[in-house]
Design a protein around this ligand. Structure first.
Ligand SMILES: [Zn+2]
Length: 132
């Protein structure tokens, strides 16, 4: 049986055995071709992951504010993931801040010629960065 995909408009075939399968389950025949169904499934997984990531980000925010203290018995695994995400974003922020500092320092030091101070500053920055 040939059907037209409602998503991409392409014709696709539903085999006899597929029709039998859907009818047996009391399901409607698919309205989308296999490619679109596959694509939709992928997007669904992606959406789920994005939602989970967003939820983790919110949770790590709550952790920072101290609201997430009560969940350490039941959700250790999830909390670990949230912590990891928080750590990642903290490192990224640190690097970003460090880079911005370095850039502004560079300009100042180039103007004044304080290269030794710049090197000290870099060392200090690297120490701070590796501590976290
Ligand atoms: Zn399609």
């Amino acid at each position: 049986m040939n059907k037209t995909c409602i998503q991409c408009g392409k014709e696709f075939e539903i085999t006899e055995s597929e029709i039998a399968f859907f009818e047996e389950k009391g399901l409607e025949l698919p309205k989308r071709c296999k490619d679109c169904r596959k694509q939709n499934k992928k997007n669904k997984v992606k959406r789920y992951r994005d939602r989970k990531r967003a939820a983790n980000a919110v949770k790590s925010d709550q952790d920072k504010k101290g609201n997430g203290k009560m969940e350490n018995t039941t959700k250790t695994e999830e909390k670990g993931a949230a912590k990891q995400n928080a750590q990642k974003s903290r490192v990224a922020t640190d690097l970003h801040t460090f880079q911005a500092d370095l850039e502004s320092d560079c300009k100042t030091y180039q103007q004044k010629g304080f290269i030794a101070e710049l090197i000290d500053n870099i060392k200090r920055g690297l120490k701070l960065g590796s501590k976290k």
